[in-house]
Design a protein around this ligand. Structure first.
Ligand code: ADP
Length: 398
């Protein structure tokens, strides 16, 4: 069975075609600038030298998906002879609100429920649905499945998802903590258990998804108990351009002082903050690390603050779960930031964490990176959200 995985943004889309017999990626790619001048598709296939590039006007997601399918079924650069070989499509859907605690086949009723969640993710859900609609037209009769970023976190109990706000804001608008990156947290949880030779139900795991957006989750016996992102992906850790946790009173204060409206302050917190705002250098941690090495004080402070927040959440989640068996690092920085992982795990003897400097000296590979006698195992696991989406799609399509 072959599953096409689609991750549609407002003007971009990423795709992978996966053969579920052996979970092999047959081809993958990225379309950018959909509906904007300069639309471009970059397609890759194992064994194909370089990338196959298509530069043609793509006015909407339907256009883009047509080009994707042409590439996927192309005699030279494609991976199938006919697009009829695609058995199912798995879509990444960002916000499933309280309606989806697991993946779902995209029936009319389910699509309506996703539309109802759009108020909570106005930039993401409508874009995700454009991809669904396009596939319904181009691949009629092919099963389509939605896999939600929020679903894994739906096991959080009231004590971790309710804010200290008037209760009617929850009942009226659904203002509560939802959490994101759920597909990634779930994937690394399952993989960590596999690597440790145990079932997720027998473990207390803290999963650290440290990418441009970053979040941590406390996974207690296989179920998410808490996670650092909230109503939106702004809460929690300091990120590339997002501020993470701040005193909420800062918001009216800067609105008054800087003469900003709600959109202005939202932009400031989402796009102009994080390590980028703290340093004025970049949102990319490699640039910040380079500047810190040259002695840039703002860069040193930003990295120290980043590490401090991650440590704070790890400590909090160990306390919430009454202990921890494993800590997992994943996503861009978690997979590649050798020094960052070492700094986060430093001075954690109180918890029973002992990182092995030699084992930690690796990028992007599944590996236990703690010492053999470390009470808490530390693991590096490259995330694979696409595979997780494809697995759920296969399960539901069957
Ligand atoms: P997203 O999917 O959220 O855009 P990624 O998971 O791709 O993000 O992570 C991107 C981040 O990973 C970048 O900010 C980058 O700084 C960081 N990163 C990637 N490679 C390295 C590296 N070798 N050393 C340190 N940080 C890295």
């Amino acid at each position: 069975m072959k599953v096409l995985v689609l991750n549609c943004g407002s003007s971009s889309l990423k795709y992978q075609l996966i053969d579920m017999n052996n979970e092999e990626v047959l081809c993958k790619g990225l379309v950018e600038r959909i509906g904007i001048e300069g639309s471009i598709l970059k397609h890759e296939k194992p064994g194909l030298e370089g990338k196959h590039i298509v530069e043609e006007a793509m006015n909407d997601h339907k256009d883009a998906i047509k080009h994707v399918l042409n590439a996927v079924a192309d005699a030279k650069v494609g991976a199938v002879k006919d697009m009829k070989e695609i058995d199912a499509v798995g879509h990444r859907i960002v916000h499933g609100g309280e309606k989806f605690a697991s993946s779902a086949v995209l029936t009319d009723e389910v699509i309506k429920a996703i539309e109802d969640c759009s108020a909570l993710a106005p930039l993401h859900n409508p874009a995700n649905l454009m991809g669904v609609e396009a596939c319904q037209t181009i691949l009629p009769g092919v099963v389509q499945v939605g896999v939600f970023d929020t679903a894994f976190h739906q096991t959080m109990p009231e004590k971790t998802f309710l804010y200290g706000l008037p209760h009617e804001l929850y009942t009226k608008y659904g203002i509560r903590r939802y959490g994101f990156h759920g597909t990634s947290h779930m994937y690394v949880t399952q993989r960590a258990a596999e690597m440790l030779g145990k079932a997720p139900e027998d473990l207390k795991i803290i999963t650290c998804h440290l990418g441009n957006g970053a979040s941590i989750a406390a996974v207690d016996h296989g179920k998410c108990l808490d996670t650092s992102m909230g109503l939106t992906p702004l809460e929690g850790l300091i990120m590339g351009t997002r501020c993470g946790d701040i005193d909420p009173a800062i918001i009216p204060f800067i609105m008054n002082k800087e003469g900003l409206d709600a959109d202005g302050v939202d932009k400031l917190m989402n796009k102009q903050s994080g390590v980028y705002g703290m340093t004025g250098i970049s949102s990319d941690f490699r640039d910040i690390e380079d500047a810190a090495k040259e002695g840039n004080k703002l860069a040193i402070n930003a990295l120290d603050a980043y590490v401090q927040r991650v440590k704070k959440y790890i400590g909090a989640y160990a306390a919430e779960m009454n202990g921890v068996d494993a800590i997992v690092f994943t996503a861009g920085l978690g997979e590649n930031g050798i020094g960052m992982r070492a700094d986060i795990c430093k001075d954690m003897e109180y918890l029973g964490v002992s990182l092995d400097a030699e084992k930690n000296d690796v990028r992007g590979k599944d590996r236990v990176i703690s010492t053999d006698d470390s009470k808490v195992k530390v693991l590096l696991i490259p995330t694979n959200e696409e595979l997780m989406i494809a697995r759920d799609t296969l399960r539901l399509a069957k």
